[in-house]
Write a protein that binds this ligand. Structure first.
Ligand SMILES: Nc1nc2c(ncn2[C@@H]2O[C@H](COP(=O)(O)OP(=O)(O)O)[C@@H](O)[C@H]2O)c(=O)[nH]1
Ligand SMILES: [Mg+2]
Length: 190
């Protein structure tokens, strides 16, 4: 699949504001700073579509991007940033959880993890939620350019054991490695 057109559509702070159309949605989830914006920018071939925030946790909304005039990428708020208050944090978590549970047009989620580290407590909560609601998802392991080839094969084995499957793709925003695999997974969902 080729992404010919990608544009910012809207930011949703309340599920009542979800787009009222029938376009499919693909969500992107991950902890702050994991490389979610960089992944969206790479897949869409745009330098600054999803603003790469230098301030972790700045994105508090569900950010909708319209792709090829026919589906949406949905950038979910990054979780796991300690510096926000509990109340603000649980607000985002509810928004993410309710969105994932109750959006018929949502076809699947890209769950982003750091290729160098095992999943955090919050990553596990997301993975369990995705399993629980039976939503299709692909695990994307970012920043793979920071691993040596030995590190890649070691961590590939580790993630196979940790996730108990091989439904993951190593990705690098720097080299674009893995991008085409992710796009074909998305194409099959649409
Ligand atoms: N080397 C490398 N750095 C990355 C990659 N993806 C993201 N980064 C860096 O990680 C930081 C956080 O990235 P960003 O996309 O803003 O993360 P987000 O908070 O999840 O949206 C930035 O400094 C990026 O340049 C990658 O694949 N390789
Ligand atoms: Mg971001």
């Amino acid at each position: 699949m080729e992404i010919r057109k990608a544009e910012y559509f809207k930011s949703v702070f309340d599920l009542k504001e979800l787009p009222q159309d029938n376009f499919s949605q693909i969500a992107f989830a991950g902890r702050s700073n994991v490389g979610k914006s960089s992944l969206i920018n790479t897949l869409t071939n745009q330098k600054n579509l999803a603003k790469i925030s230098k301030t972790p946790g700045k994105t508090k909304a569900l950010n909708f991007f319209k792709i090829n005039d026919r589906f949406y990428f949905v950038d979910l708020p990054g979780y796991g940033f300690a510096k926000v208050s509990k109340t603000v944090k649980s607000g985002w978590e509810d928004l993410i959880e309710n969105y994932l549970k109750s959006t018929p047009n949502l076809r699947g989620t890209i769950q982003i993890l750091d290729s160098r580290h095992p999943p955090s407590q919050e990553d596990w909560e997301m993975l369990e939620l995705l399993d629980f609601i039976n939503l299709k998802y692909l695990v994307v392991l970012t920043k793979s350019d920071k691993l040596s080839s030995q590190g890649l094969s070691d961590n590939s084995q580790k993630f196979k054991e940790i996730l108990e499957n091989d439904n993951f793709v190593f990705f690098s925003a720097k080299t674009k490695a893995g991008g085409n695999k992710i796009l074909s997974w998305i194409k099959h969902l649409l």
